[in-house]
Design a protein around this ligand. Sequence first.
Ligand code: XBP
Ligand code: MG
Length: 249
Amino acid sequence: MLRALIFDVDGTLAETEDLHRQAFNRAFAELGLPWHWDPALYADLLTVMGGKERLAHYIDAQHPAEAGALHALAPEIHARKTAAYGALVSERRLPLRPGIARLLAEARADGLRLAVATTTSRPNVDQLLAVNFPPGAKPFDVIAAGDEADRKKPAPDVFLLALAGLDVSASEAVAFEDSAAGISSARAAGLPVLATRSRYTERHRLDGAFSAVSDLGEPGQPHRHIAGLAWPRHVVTLAALKDWHAGRR
Ligand code: XBP
Ligand code: MG
């Protein structure tokens, strides 16, 4: 029986990654670092999950001669980036992707449990939820984020943390992801995955997902089907998810 839905954040709940990119650039400028991550470079860097890990990879790859000093500065860079990201999410009032609020409401009304499983830092999740839900709302029962997991995606840790917090087994849940690493992580945790491709994962292979679509769709705003299971009227509804889940092998 389907008892829970578990959502990735960046690229899945909302198109956040370009604000992360802009936040990194703001942090570099604040600290006088002559670095600028353009969208093409950031798309490459996104193969490394985790902003701190991504920054460390960039330092080692692009600035090996000063790596020692730069790694020592990295926590300050990332802290400023997180502050800048929160300001950007708030300023831009970053919306949820199509179908997310609808599916969350359908799931809540049907008594399902809801969780987030993300590589991003917890303050980033809180900020995105704060601009999309009323004060005091608790859209998710469990939020598993960032450094709470021992290993970042594609390791399964953060999805296992979410399952434990929900007290459900992987066979009773469905995961939603946008990236190859995220799909690998959820699959490694034993979860079926519905992939909603995002702007920064246009070139990602979404193998492993039982269904891949452009987004969850809204009545009157059908999604584009990419691969795997197709959805009636090109909209992912809880009823259709429950039908699939009940009939899956
Ligand atoms: C996406 C990530 C995160 C963000 C940046 O996480 O890899 O690292 O890019 O956030 P997910 P931080 O898709 O799992 O939500 O700088 O806080 O890591
Ligand atoms: Mg993601």
